[in-house]
Write a protein that binds this ligand. Structure first.
Ligand SMILES: *[C@@H]1O[C@H](CO)[C@@H](O)[C@H](O)[C@H]1NC(C)=O
Ligand SMILES: *[C@@H]1O[C@H](CO)[C@@H](O)[C@H](O)[C@H]1NC(C)=O
Ligand SMILES: *[C@@H]1O[C@H](CO)[C@@H](O)[C@H](O)[C@H]1NC(C)=O
Length: 490
């Protein structure tokens, strides 16, 4: 090769690389798949497991769940975890994200009594994963609080900080030699806003702009104390990492370049998501949340704000309690300022409304519109807002009615993987892992078994809960194997 042809060669390689989007994931990028205990395990009262708030809720209010379904059996993973591991292995993922059922390990909620059968179940699952070179990524809390702790006030009792910390410490002791990635809470919004604010999820307590904040205050402290326990008592020996997972939708101003709409979008994202991240990643509540709730409380004639104030010590204790930024992303919304007062509560405090464009492609779930561009904008926002943390996408997925030839799910995953590569390349966002939700169709909370998110189909009318691989699982397997979003490299 002559100097000039070498020059041409280099130039043509550069041009080829500059064309289109980068479509290949680096070798150290990790792929995973996720589930949660209540949604898949079943065995709701087997071997000494006690009731969770979800067990109580679906049993007492069957009419509030689509088709009067419950998760007493769900995917029967309590009896079929070997099969689960085989399915995970087929995908070729680096890790499996699942959650521990607190009432299965601690039927009384506290560490006074440990249910050995429950511990054995998770030990076997973890050993089996390790044997197959699949790393466990373990969530301590995915909404199934022991009912017995709910009876003592749940997240409105400050003792939740100790209860959760002690449960976390026990889990580090029991499983920490094998588990190197821990998540304290999954989507705190569903616990505090949906559970203690809007009262849509159990325990269905109406918060009136008071209790949803109180819940968040204690939950953030419980997260921080658990992080400190790990940091001080386990990190050196176990060498793992621990953080929280916050769900973010992207908030796009409905009118571009309009200050009021831009402010509405910022308020929306901060009240819905930033409120669970700011204290951990930056310190204290988001400024806009403090400002709006404090001012509105004053106007309501209250002498104390409805938003509990963090002390300086608390701010310092919570700030920095993370090892990565865990984010669940599904969809986007359009933000509109809302001058009309709604009934009291967090949705009124945030001062904006959200809409989704009818032009956006839909999915099986009414709230889920396909907006990969929103993930791209969100990743840039997270980098800029939270000081460029390492980001792990802990959930992302698409719902339908359970088709095996699920081309729309493939398209959804593909488009989201593409923007992850673009965000890394164009904005330097440090996304290091992607987790598909979900391994298999499962109990989708109040929607029951209607909306299916699985890479595997589950037949819930079959006592054996037969699982069948979907086309999207094969696609995901090929992506992981080739590291290219098309499932093969050109
Ligand atoms: C908004 O502003 C940006 C940058 O100033 C501009 O590129 C864009 O065209 C504007 N959009 C609209 C809808 O006015
Ligand atoms: C991304 O995060 C990982 C883990 O913290 C770190 O090792 C790596 O240097 C970061 N990469 C960039 C480009 O910041
Ligand atoms: C709804 O319930 C009926 C009767 O039990 C059952 O045949 C059907 O499969 C259920 N559908 C869903 C989506 O759960």
């Amino acid at each position: 090769m002559t100097i000039s042809s070498l020059g041409l060669f280099v130039i043509s390689v550069l041009i080829a690389e500059g064309q289109g989007t980068p479509k290949r994931f680096p070798d150290d990028f990790k792929f995973g798949v996720a589930t949660s205990s209540y949604q898949i395990e079943g065995g709701w009262n087997d071997d000494g497991k006690s009731e969770s708030i979800w067990d109580r809720y679906v049993h007492e209010n069957p009419g509030r769940i689509y088709n009067k379904s419950n998760a007493d059996i769900a995917c029967d993973s309590y009896h079929k975890s070997d099969e689960d591991v085989e399915m995970i292995k087929t995908l070729g993922v680096d890790y499996y994200r699942f959650s521990l059922s607190w009432p299965r390990i601690l039927p009384y909620g506290t560490t006074d009594y440990v249910n050995q059968k429950g511990v054995e179940y998770y030990r076997n699952l973890i050993k089996n994963l390790k044997k197959n070179n699949i790393e466990p990524m373990v969530t301590l809390f995915h909404w199934d609080l022991p009912q017995t702790l709910q009876d003592r006030g749940g997240f409105l009792n400050e003792k939740i900080v100790e209860w959760f910390r002690d449960y976390a410490r026990l889990c580090f002791q029991l499983f920490g030699d094998d588990v190197k990635t821990w998540i304290t809470f999954n989507e705190p919004k569903q616990t505090c806003m949906m559970g203690y604010g809007l009262a849509i999820f159990p325990p269905r307590v109406s918060g009136h702009g008071i209790l949803e904040y109180k819940c968040t205050y204690y939950l953030l402290k419980a997260h921080a104390e658990s992080w400190h326990v790990y940091n001080e008592e386990f990190r050196q020996r176990q060498k793992g990492r621990i953080s929280i997972v916050v769900d973010f939708s992207w908030w796009e101003p409905m009118v571009a370049n309009n200050t009021m709409f831009i402010a509405a979008a910022e308020s929306g994202i901060q009240f819905m998501s930033g409120i669970y991240a700011n204290a951990i990643y930056l310190g204290d509540w988001p400024e806009i949340v403090k400002q709006r709730v404090n001012e509105r409380s004053r106007k309501e004639g209250k002498t104390v704000s409805r938003l509990p104030a963090f002390t300086e010590e608390e701010i310092a204790r919570i700030r920095g309690t993370y090892d990565f930024f865990g984010v669940n992303f599904y969809t986007s919304v359009l933000a509109v300022p809302n001058p009309i007062p709604l009934p009291s509560g967090i949705l009124n405090d945030r001062g904006c409304l959200s809409f989704q464009s009818p032009k956006w492609e839909g999915a099986g779930s009414i709230w889920l519109k396909v907006t990969p561009w929103g993930l791209k904008k969100l990743l840039k926002y997270l980098k800029e807002t939270y000081n460029n943390p390492e980001i792990i996408i802990t959930e992302n997925g698409y719902s339908d009615t359970g088709e095996l030839e699920d081309d729309k799910r493939i398209s959804y995953i593909k488009q989201h993987l593409e923007v992850i590569l673009e965000a890394r390349e164009e904005f330097g966002v440090n996304v290091t892992a992607y987790t598909a939700w979900s391994l298999m169709d499962n109990f989708e909370w109040i929607i029951g078994y209607r909306d299916r998110f699985g890479l595997y189909h589950v037949d819930f009318t079959d006592p054996e809960r037969k699982r069948t691989i979907k086309k999207s699982a094969l696609y995901y397997r090929d992506v992981i194997k080739s590291r290219c979003v098309d499932g093969k490299c050109e």
